[in-house]
Design a protein around this ligand. Structure first.
Ligand SMILES: Nc1nc2c(ncn2[C@@H]2O[C@H](COP(=O)(O)OP(=O)(O)OP(=O)(O)O)[C@@H](O)[C@H]2O)c(=O)[nH]1
Length: 434
């Protein structure tokens, strides 16, 4: 009896010990199993953490002066010869176009590893010197405009110089957009010389024609551009003109001309009407290491942008500030008001030393009407005639100078980045009579 009770107690103890052990084991295994099944929490990569923490750089209304301007020039970029229309694409890099990042969207260098930032820095191009550009581009000018010269010379080289011949000379000059007054003066001048000389040789006639044309183009006009510091401040150049005439392109090309002359340039993107205009200008500037002052807001106040650009030019001791403006003409009063306001606001800090009017040479008389409207709003000091490579109407040079009383200072002779040349009266007449 006693041994039966003992056995029952021993069995009970064994069961309790084994059961407890199993329970403990089960609990332990269950706990570990649950831990294993939980998804791992990935630790953020160092790069992700930095990017999240970094501020995205947004170009504000003032840009910092790009100190890379003085940096050693890199090899010329193939983009230099690309059509200018393509310059509205993102800033030139060696990356394919769809990978290139517009300057306004760049993240600050803090956000990327140093080697990456270096690899993506835009190449600084070395623009071609402006000297002799018109001679280099002479074939472009001659290509379309020497039809007028050849026509005149062939008419004048006939057997006799009668009324029919003079009429044909007049028609050719008028057809090349010289305008009535200049045409009459040229024909009268030639007639007078013929009366004195009797029967001139073909060479003599050509040299008279050269002299008459040159007198009309007027080599004595002062075609220099205010682009050097005046006293203790930068020169301020305002560029006006109808959209599509090549205004923004001209400001970009002019910046290149000035950089080639070792000028320290600041660009002001005060054409806030067309959203892409500021990007386009900034791209031109970046190519030659020139800072662009802009606003990222569409339709921002152009006068405020112009003010900031001039301020940056003054503070940074630049040589020259080039201010691009909008030129929509559908509302003449609005345009005049806007341009006058830009002018007024700039003049709170500095006089405007130069106001260049950009005209498309292919628009002929229509362009002249536009020119007059601009001349009423601002004090135009010089004309840039663009697309002279694409027209046989080079006589517009003479017409525009007569009508506005200001010289043609620069001519656009192609879509290439260095196809803007200082206007040279002799080279122009030589090309026409080539
Ligand atoms: N053939 C030729 N094309 C030119 C010349 N200058 C500019 N262009 C072209 O003219 C077109 C218009 O140029 P833009 O600079 O965008 O015109 P814009 O007047 O500034 O227009 P907005 O920026 O809207 O004010 C572009 O396709 C240029 O490549 C030139 O001298 N010759």
């Amino acid at each position: 009896m006693m041994s039966d009770v003992l056995w029952e107690i021993v069995t009970l103890i064994v069961l309790v010990v084994v059961g407890g052990g199993l329970l403990l084991l089960g609990l332990l295994r269950g706990g570990l199993g649950r831990k294993k099944a939980a998804p791992p929490v990935a630790a953020p990569s160092a790069r992700e953490a930095k990017t999240r923490g970094a501020n995205t750089y947004q170009a504000g209304s003032t840009a910092t002066i790009d100190t890379s301007k003085g940096a050693e020039p890199s090899r010329p970029s193939p983009a230099q010869d690309a059509p200018v229309a393509e310059s509205s694409a993102p800033a030139p890099t060696d990356a394919p176009a769809d990978q290139a990042t517009p300057a306004s969207e760049l993240t600050s260098d803090e956000a990327r590893p140093a080697d990456e930032a270096v690899a993506e820095a835009p190449d600084i191009e070395q623009p071609e010197s402006a000297r002799g550009r018109m001679t280099r581009l002479r074939s472009r000018l001659a290509g379309s405009n020497n039809a007028m010269g050849r026509g005149l010379l062939s008419v004048l080289s006939g057997d006799k110089l009668d009324d029919a011949v003079w009429e044909e000379v007049e028609d050719t000059l008028l057809g090349a957009d010289l305008g009535v007054a200049a045409t009459t003066e040229i024909v009268d001048g030639l007639k007078r010389r013929v009366q004195v000389d009797g029967s001139p040789s073909a060479e003599q006639l050509e040299s008279w024609l050269h002299a008459e044309l040159l007198a009309q183009v007027d080599p004595t006009m002062d075609r220099r551009i205010a682009a050097s510091r005046i006293g203790d401040r930068p020169a301020v150049v305002m560029v006006v003109g109808v959209n599509g005439t090549g205004k923004t392109t001209t400001v970009g090309k002019l910046a290149r001309v000035l950089v080639a002359e070792h000028k320290n340039v600041v660009l002001g993107a005060a054409d806030t009407f067309r959203a892409a205009a500021a990007d386009q200008l900034e791209t031109w500037g970046a190519r030659v290491g020139v800072p662009t002052v802009r606003s990222d807001k569409d339709g921002a106040d152009p006068a405020a942008v112009a003010f900031d650009a001039v301020k940056q030019g003054i503070d940074g001791e630049a040589d020259v500030v080039l201010v691009d403006t909008a030129g929509r003409l559908h509302n003449k009063v609005g345009l005049m008001d806007e341009l006058s306001k830009v002018k007024r606001v700039i003049e709170k800090q500095s006089p405007i030393d130069e106001c260049l009017l950009v005209l498309d040479a292919t628009t002929g008389q229509n362009g002249m009407r536009q020119a007059e409207i601009f001349a009423q709003a601002v004090n135009v000091t010089g004309v840039v005639l663009t697309k002279l490579d694409g027209t046989a109407k080079g006589g517009i040079v003479v017409l525009v100078q007569r009508e506005l009383g200001v010289p043609v200072k620069l001519v656009g002779l192609g879509e290439g980045a260095d196809d803007l040349a200082p206007f040279d009266a002799n080279a122009f007449v030589n090309a026409v009579l080539d």
